[in-house]
Design a protein around this ligand. Structure first.
Ligand code: ADP
Ligand code: MG
Length: 711
């Protein structure tokens, strides 16, 4: 071995050492480890304990409080197995510690009989209950401690199936750490940064996460290792952001015209402070040399449309074109209708004898065909179309723009790096158009930094004035549902209107339409008999859809029964009541979006969330009842669903978060981001920090890697 001359050990070296090189890992264990995703020493060392038992402060049986969850460290005294009348098995164990004894029962886990041998030390985590005068736990989580010593015992994720126990893993980890001790761990975080943030070095963190002497040591280690994970993610995002800025030539938009100013002056209301701020941020990006990559976040009803249209008009004003891309054709059509209305009467200078002409807004979706389509395409190519509205088809091959200056993307999910690349070809003279991504899904700040960390962010955190908060009720079961219909009638009697949202059926649009039809019939003939009711769903031809929406807007209908097609873009301030059926089938964000369709006028608004009679509570429904603040709801959503879901749905390949949590580590996310900026701005290609560059390549997804090594 060359250990004496080699420098500190790197993560890549650890990745290159197969786990079977460790003492005690034979063929059988190697296969078992592989099954849980551990093949290298690095995999093993980053298999962090999922819990720690503090022997100095352990809960004893005598301290258990019935009804409360607790952890106890006990010895197994006896085990019996029985088969009950319904053929289910019950394994019963008697366990004890110095303070007393208790019963533990397991239903339908016959293998527990073999697992829990007499004399074995186990940690049990579960809810204590009183049974026949004694303490008992039913189906607790069991961790075998084996003969591990030490005050703090780490408990590793173990696999019954793979036959791996926590003490075996602990033993191998210890062996690996011992063998690393001589060289120590390479630490890519500069010393000054560590000192400033109070972070321990990596080697110490590795030891302390696996073999802490105190819970405080474990916390220190966790913070350091979480920081590493977050820093890697931020490094990639920040490097990508800076690379865009470096490599892409943008359009310096000419801001001297008065089109945007005239647009604002013609609005029937003043801009909110938040709108003005966002518009100023966008204008400063547009005037600058780099292409804009900005995210506009704002709750439903915060007034994003005006901001987006302002950005598009900046392009038009400077002699370029603007495009708005919606995720679906229906939404594109709705946007087109809304924006045409908003821009009605706005005139632009024309290069002909007439001096001025009406601004030309064109819709381009797959439903625009034949001569109409040819006309739109020609207008895009010769520049007579000022603003194009459509789906992603707009930026695909074959669509030529005269000079595309600004692109607004509504809803971020489907606009990734590849789409941005497609934009390169759409500007003039190879300049890349500016991009504004608009989302109505509030994302907690730190999550946004992680998921959209390569974008700049503007937030509309202020609602237009004069909104009355929406009061939300939960109708739990058919009896309470009657109250909802009562409120609909009251609102209609007062000259107002209502929405009824039909149950969401994920699996099939056809079923969803059928159920909407059914709901419609029921309301017409029973609950809302006598009112003027319209039906809107995704399978209607667009002319019919437009006709129904128009009738509702003109108040020729009292109630609009709809599937979730109304989720975005419908704006009828006279609608004050919303009834959402089977509300517990929707996610928090979606309910919040739907609810945002009311509460848009001066009158007080109501939302009823109807569910079948539920026994317990419905956390999502209760969240909606408790709050109308989209950002607060987003935090709750993150809490309920876990960040895994968020990361999965929003971005592929952010799988590196093993110990960091976007919920717990908010402060660290922001710190990691600012450290990443510091590092990248001083050393854009990381030539002076090879270890860090190497780790980014090693641990981030293929997609990120490709980016790193391409530049
Ligand atoms: P979002 O797209 O953010 O959900 P919209 O742009 O559809 O919101 O605007 C919601 C409603 O608020 C619209 O009726 C719009 O006319 C109105 N609105 C927008 N900005 C203002 C403002 N500054 N003052 C008053 N009303 C506004
Ligand atoms: Mg909108």
């Amino acid at each position: 071995m060359t250990e004496a001359v080699a420098g500190p050990i790197t993560l890549r070296e650890l990745q290159d050492i197969p786990v079977e090189r460790l003492k005690g890992v034979g063929d059988k264990k190697q296969a078992a480890l592989k099954e849980v995703g551990v093949s290298s020493v690095l995999d093993l060392l980053t298999t962090y304990p999922r819990r720690f038992v503090d022997r100095t402060d352990e809960a004893r049986i005598s301290d258990l409080v019935p009804g409360q969850e607790a952890l106890v460290l006990v010895t197994v005294r006896s085990v019996t197995k029985r088969t009950m009348r319904n053929r289910r098995t019950m394994v019963e164990a008697k366990v004890g510690d110095g303070s007393g004894s208790m019963h533990v029962v397991f239903f339908n886990q016959p293998w527990r009989e073999r697992q829990l041998r007499e004399g074995l030390q186990v940690a049990l985590f579960g809810k204590a209950e009183l049974f026949r005068g004694g303490q008992q736990m039913t189906n607790p989580i069991v961790d075998l401690i084996g003969d591990r010593t030490g005050k703090i015992v780490p408990i590793y994720p173990q696999s019954e199936k793979a036959q791996l126990s926590t003490w075996e893993i602990a033993g191998w980890v210890e062996n690996a750490l011992e063998r690393c001790a001589l060289r120590g761990f390479e630490d890519p975080v500069p010393f000054e940064v560590r000192r400033e943030l109070g972070l321990i070095d990596r080697g110490r963190a590795m030891r302390q996460i696996h073999m802490p002497q105190t819970m405080g040591e474990k916390e220190q280690a966790r913070r350091r290792l979480a920081f590493d994970e977050l820093l890697r993610v931020q490094m990639v995002l920040v490097m990508r952001k800076r690379a865009f800025e470096r490599e892409q030539r943008g359009i310096r938009h000419d801001m001297s015209g008065d089109l945007v100013r005239r647009f604002h002056a013609a609005l029937p209301y003043p801009l909110t402070g938040a709108q003005s701020r966002a518009i100023a941020e966008i204008e400063s990006d547009l005037a600058g040399p780099h292409p804009m990559h900005r995210l506009l976040q704002g709750d439903v009803g915060a007034g994003k449309t005006v901001v987006a249209v302002s950005a598009l008009l900046c392009a038009v004003q400077g002699g370029h074109q603007g495009a708005l891309m919606a995720p679906t054709e229906v939404l594109a059509e709705q946007h087109a209708a809304g924006i045409r209305q908003l821009l009605d009467g706005l005139r632009v200078p024309a290069d002909n004898l007439f001096g001025e002409r009406q601004l030309n807004v064109a819709l381009l979706t797959n439903r625009v065909t034949g001569q109409e389509r040819r006309d739109v395409m020609a207008g895009l190519a010769d520049g007579t179309v000022d603003i194009a509205i459509g789906t992603h088809a707009l930026i695909q091959e074959g669509v030529a723009f005269h000079s595309l200056g600004v692109v607004v993307v509504d809803e971020q999910h489907r606009f990734g790096v590849e789409q941005r690349a497609a934009l390169r070809t759409k500007g003039s003279n190879d300049a890349v158009p500016d991009v504004l991504v608009m989302t109505a899904t509030p994302i907690p700040r730190t999550a946004a930094m992680t998921v959209y960390g390569d974008l700049d962010v503007s937030v509309l955190d202020e609602m237009p004035p004069g909104r009355t908060p929406i009061v939300t009720h939960w109708a739990n079961g058919p009896l309470m549902e009657l109250a909802a219909w009562g409120d609909v009638r009251t609102a209609v009697a007062a000259g107002q209107q209502a929405y009824v949202v039909c149950p969401l059926i994920d699996e099939s649009e056809k079923l969803e339409v059928a159920s909407a039809q059914e709901t419609f019939e029921r309301l017409v003939h029973q609950d809302l008999k006598g009112l003027r009711i319209g039906l809107l769903h995704g399978r209607l031809p667009s002319a019919d859809k437009e006709q129904v929406m128009g009738a509702f807007r003109r108040r020729e209908l009292d109630v609009l029964v709809a599937t979730t097609v109304i989720e975005v873009g419908v704006d009828v301030p006279n609608a004050t009541v919303m009834v959402i059926l089977d509300a517990d089938r929707f996610g928090i964000a979606q309910l919040h979006q739907l609810r945002g369709r009311v509460g848009r006028g001066q009158a007080a608004s109501l939302c009823w969330l109807v569910t079948a009679q539920l026994e317990g509570t419905s956390p999502r429904v209760e969240a909606l009842v408790g709050s109308t603040d989209g950002f607060e709801l987003a935090e709750i959503d993150l809490e309920l669903r876990g960040e895994g879901t968020l990361m999965n749905t929003m971005q592929k390949g952010r799988s590196d978060l093993r110990i960091a949590s976007l919920r717990r580590d908010r402060e660290l996310v922001a710190l990691a981001r600012s450290v990443a900026f510091g590092i990248v701005d001083a050393d854009p290609m990381l030539v002076r920090n090879q270890p860090l560059l190497d780790e980014l390549g090693l641990l981030l997804s293929a997609q990120d890697e490709e980016f790193l090594f391409k530049s």
